[in-house]
Design a protein around this ligand. Structure first.
Ligand code: FAD
Length: 379
């Protein structure tokens, strides 16, 4: 009986499991195939709500559901942390020593912020890329009485537009708290423009200027001094802050490094179309875990999951599974508290941000509520 094992029960892993389970319903019932998800957390977390949690517009309860409730009942849920993937022996070894064999492996372990890479960041900076970080930032924003609020960005990081969204939102939010005149908002970015995607940078730069948000490009954070409230860049510039919101650079998960499957950043070398791990016919990779130079976003994981699930089902039925991922990504971009725009793009077509509207903002809020249909494989 072929065994499909998926490591990671986040957005990408859950969609693959549920889409495959629906299509292989008969085989699963007959016991001629098995699908397992290894998940290191009992809850599935919808991370985009961290942004809203920081502004007290969402609670920790809104962003979680038990993974067991999300997965099709024919999918086996293995609760535990993958410690090592042995690609030679086709096994995943959990931290408790359990060894799980596979015929096909799907790696969907996501990524994590690595604040430890920047001296002083853990002590001196806030961020909204983890639940705890967003809760602490919520308190810091509540206590903030005005001054210089600096948003600085380390790369790579997931959801490339979230720092811009936060910057636009925080400026309006401070106005609603009567702190607009007492606050300067500053935004820094590591390369020579305000965003990695050129068309987004071309759209965002005049908006930042119009709103009198001070911007610094070529600013790669090197260290933070929590005593003097200063941040210094690799380029030699130093900025002072009263409140620092610093998006840490991200890395792939440590299990990838321990297994020797990734590059220096623990990203897995992945074929951009087939989503197979380079050199491994029976290992598929999706979402943040890949080394693909595209946005690490939930929508990316979603579109990739469609391809991985279809190809695996086809292969299990004797086909070759030649569906190809075209690099499709879709992202909403909040441009304040009441308006948003969106971008959609693929390997061949760069994004063109549209005029922000209240309707797009309402769509984003509606999607935040409907999200649970996505990992269920229904949307
Ligand atoms: C603040 C914020 C805002 C965002 N906004 C958006 C947005 O508006 N739109 C958008 O498309 N995306 C957004 N994203 C990005 C999106 O959440 C991620 O890109 C997406 O979740 C990636 O999916 P994934 O399946 O690759 O990883 P994840 O969803 O992170 O899932 C990985 C899973 O693997 C588990 N795992 C890791 N290591 C192990 C192990 N060793 N053993 C077992 N399990 C393991 C993790 O616990 C996790 O459950 C945002 C992210 C953040 C933080």
């Amino acid at each position: 009986m072929p065994q499909v094992v998926i490591v990671g029960g986040g957005t990408g892993g859950s969609i693959v499991a549920n889409q495959m389970a629906r299509q292989l319903n008969k085989e699963l019932q007959d016991g001629t195939v098995s699908i397992s998800v290894i998940a290191d957390s009992p809850d599935h977390i919808y991370q985009p709500l961290f942004l809203y949690l920081a502004f007290d517009q969402a609670t920790p309860q809104d962003m979680r559901k038990p993974e067991r409730q999300i997965l099709d009942r024919h999918v086996r849920l293995i609760s535990g942390e993958a410690n090592r993937i042995d690609a030679e022996a086709q096994r995943v070894i959990l931290t408790d020593g359990t060894s799980i064999p596979y015929d096909y492996l799907v790696i969907a372990t996501g990524s994590r912020p690595a604040p430890e890479q920047i001296p002083g960041l853990v002590e001196g900076g806030h961020q909204f890329y983890t639940e705890d970080g967003a809760i602490q930032l919520r308190q810091a924003l509540r206590d903030f009485s005005g001054g210089r609020l600096v948003v600085t960005v380390g790369v790579p990081h997931k959801c490339p537009v979230a720092p811009l969204e936060f910057t636009f939102m925080v400026q309006e939010w401070l106005k609603t708290r009567g702190l607009g005149d007492k606050t300067e908002v500053v935004y820094t970015y590591p390369i020579g423009r305000v965003h990695s995607i050129e068309s987004v940078a071309n759209w965002a730069a005049p908006v930042l200027e119009e709103r009198h948000i001070e911007t610094h490009t070529f600013f790669n954070m090197e260290s933070i001094d929590p005593e003097t409230h200063t941040i210094t860049s690799l380029e030699g510039d130093t900025l002072s802050y009263d409140l620092l919101v610093a998006i840490p650079p991200h890395v792939g998960q440590d299990v990838i490094g321990r297994s020797g499957l990734g590059d220096a950043g623990q990203w897995i070398p992945t074929d951009r179309h087939t989503l197979q791990m380079i050199g491994h016919d029976n290992i598929f990779v999706l979402g943040d875990a890949t080394n693909l130079p595209i946005s690490k976003a939930g929508s990316t994981a979603h579109f990739e999951a469609d391809v991985v699930a279809a190809n695996l089902v086809h292969r299990l039925r004797g086909g070759l599974g030649m569906m190809s991922y075209d690099g499709k990504v879709f992202c909403f971009i909040e441009t304040g508290l009441k308006e948003a725009t969106y971008i959609t793009f693929d390997y061949d077509h760069p994004p063109v941000p549209s005029m922000p509207t209240e309707m797009i903002h309402l769509y984003k809020l509606a999607y935040n509520r409907m999200y649970w249909l996505t990992p269920a494989g229904l949307l």
